[in-house]
Design a protein around this ligand. Structure first.
Ligand code: NAP
Length: 271
């Protein structure tokens, strides 16, 4: 990957991407981090050998990156995005991973000639098992799209959509999805404790079951429905549990409500 980039914001997601890029062969000298948190910046410099700056005004005047990547919290974006408007033009593509910030928002802050890709990754990116969905604006060239695909693939799988409206649903499903899975582990552990298991054992069983089932699903060609049926003997113990989970108002309906609530919040963040 012989690209240069500026990464604005290097917290959880930013660092996951940074380490993925370096692992894929980008040189630390090709990456400049803008991160006002002094402690975080010092840690990043020591760990990865990348240059860090407190603000975009500290970037060298001749810095002409292929990508500016926005990985700050959506709430910070009003302060951040417009500070990079000087890079708008045919050379630099802006890649934003911020929840709820549409392409039109970046156009407003960066100018109509800004090349923008809006993407939504998720935290398994930290172990290169993320899933990112990306949407390009009309100015993104095929070469930039391929380069961006490569950047995003360094932390997992990538899908592209040509309808930006889908990104709010993606945010609600896969963006926040890891939290739903961790909640499932917490809920299973608590249920195990209430069923009489010692705390540590219940927590270990819940964690191993969810991560093991995830790995089984990843390696299997079967659908999740078939894998579920494979665990469920007729009139057996699992069937009893599933009758509760799949009853009216059960897991499916709760999940539909939860994802709809997250989607609504993503839409609200855009305004
Ligand atoms: N976490 C997720 O599951 C997830 C999933 C998909 C997408 N995203 C998106 O990814 C983005 C980053 O999320 P995150 O979880 O990585 O957040 P985070 O850990 O809080 O990282 C954001 C980083 O940006 C820094 N920052 C604050 N102001 C800045 C500025 N003016 N210029 C440059 N950097 C600045 C923050 O420093 P301080 O710590 O000092 O504030 C922090 O280090 C968000 O827009 C979020 O919507 C997150």
């Amino acid at each position: 990957m012989s690209k240069t980039l500026v990464l604005a914001g290097c917290g959880k997601m930013g660092e996951a991407m940074l380490s993925g890029w370096l692992e894929r062969g980008m040189m630390p000298s090709d990456i400049t981090i803008v991160e006002p948190n002094e402690e975080t910046a010092a840690k990043l410099h020591a760990k990865y050998g990348v240059q860090t700056h407190a603000a975009p005004t500290d970037l060298a005047a001749d810095n002409d990156p292929d990508f500016v990547v926005f990985a700050v919290k959506p709430q910070m974006m009003d302060k951040v995005a417009s500070q990079y408007a000087r890079y708008a033009g045919p050379k630099t593509a802006f890649l934003s991973i911020a929840a709820g910030k549409p392409v039109s928002y970046f156009q407003k802050n960066l100018g109509d000639d800004a090349i923008i890709i809006r993407a939504m990754p998720n935290t398994p990116a930290a172990v290169r098992r993320g899933i990112t969905v990306a949407y390009p604006n009309a100015l993104v060239t095929e070469t930039q799209r391929r380069a961006c695909d490569e950047l995003l693939k360094s932390v997992g799988n990538v899908e592209w959509v040509d309808d930006e409206g889908m990104i709010d649903s993606v945010t609600a499903l896969s963006g926040g999805g890891p939290a739903y899975v961790f909640l499932l582990v917490e809920a299973m552990a608590e249920a195990g404790k209430q069923a009489g298991l010692p705390d540590a054992l219940a927590e270990r069983l819940a964690r191993e079951t969810v991560s093991g089932a995830g790995e089984l699903m990843r390696q299997s060609d079967e659908t999740p429905t078939t894998l579920r049926i494979n665990v469920t003997s007729p009139a057996g113990t699992t069937a009893e549990a599933l009758a509760v989970l799949m009853a009216d108002g059960g897991m499916q309906q709760l999940m539909i409500k939860a994802v709809a609530a997250a989607k609504k919040r993503s839409e609200e963040l855009a305004s």
